[in-house]
Design a protein around this ligand. Sequence first.
Ligand SMILES: *Cc1c(COP(=O)(O)O)cnc(C)c1O
Length: 380
Amino acid sequence: MSEQDYHIDTLAIHAGQEPDPATGAIMTPIFQSSTFVQEAPNQHKGYEYSRSGNPTRAALEANVAAIEGGQYGLAFSSGLAAIDTIVRLLKPGDHVIVGNDVYGGTFRLFDKIYQRYGLEFSWIDQSDLEAVKAAFKPNTRLLWLETPTNPLLALGDIAALAESAPQDVLVGVDNTFASPYIQQPLTMGADIVMHSSTKYLNGHSDAVGGLLAMKDESLYTELKFLQNAAGAVPGPMDCFLVMRGIKTLGVRMERHSENAMKIAQMLEDHPEIVKVYYPGLESHPQHELAKRQMKLFGGMVSIILKSEAIAKTMVTRTKLFALAESLGGVESLIEHPYSMTHASTADTDIAVDPALVRLSVGIENVDDLINDLRQALHND
Ligand SMILES: *Cc1c(COP(=O)(O)O)cnc(C)c1O
């Protein structure tokens, strides 16, 4: 059986991770070494210096390539460092189309940093295929998608959007919210998949990291050059933690999704809630696309409360849902995007609703989670 024949939950555990030839250790060792001894100048065992390559990182990079259905993987010190490296493929005067409901840090990177370097950005609703098609220009080089989006969980039709892009436009998908267990954008026509591995891939809230996966060798060669030349690489310990997390990705995503569905249904019926955003609900405007594109609906739920004050009170009242930025860990988190994760979008066209609350539903017992939310919403 070749690796191609294995399912993702098998690849998650085994891909890129042969037992250590020297010792038989079943877990990839943490090669906590900055440099590697050479026998003669340029005669070495494949590693020279850990910015250029490290065996623990190489195991993680091979693993992410496999679970995303790609050929090549690259690891970075954060999700934003991974996105930053993609943008470095471009040059001044190039145009980028970006979803208008992206992660706040992505917005900040593009708008506050790369605009200064002469890149041009168009912020378009990626759920509107015609609007995206109309936004391509002769100098467009990158279509940057995020689906489901953060925080409103709107979907982009990856296959249709990738199909609409001219030949010379790279299509990148931030797959952080779904994870490859739920959708594999490379198999739908995307050129690059990106992850904040800080979230579901690590899954245990104990490391910050970013990953890229791709099929095309020349694209990989360019990005690998940039990874080494710009240098935003992760340390071996963090690579080990992400790899360990990925082994349980499948069972975690099943449970995250099951819990989130029950919570979304409870919230939809709750009198204190104005609106629930969850791709698994029939009320979600793209529920049909979600069923087609996603294997499960994921662990993220966003809700609108009656006012900003009520939203801010709710997030301080939960006991199991911890008030914190980030998402995708086994423990449930709650946050107020307007003042926390998405504060950088305030006063812009893509600012979020001040009454919005975002939940990262963990894998605790769902009845305990539901009771926690109910008491936090109790109006007395
Ligand atoms: C967190 C996040 C990022 C940024 O990743 P970091 O690891 O925090 O740098 C990018 N995209 C999405 C969707 C995220 O949730």
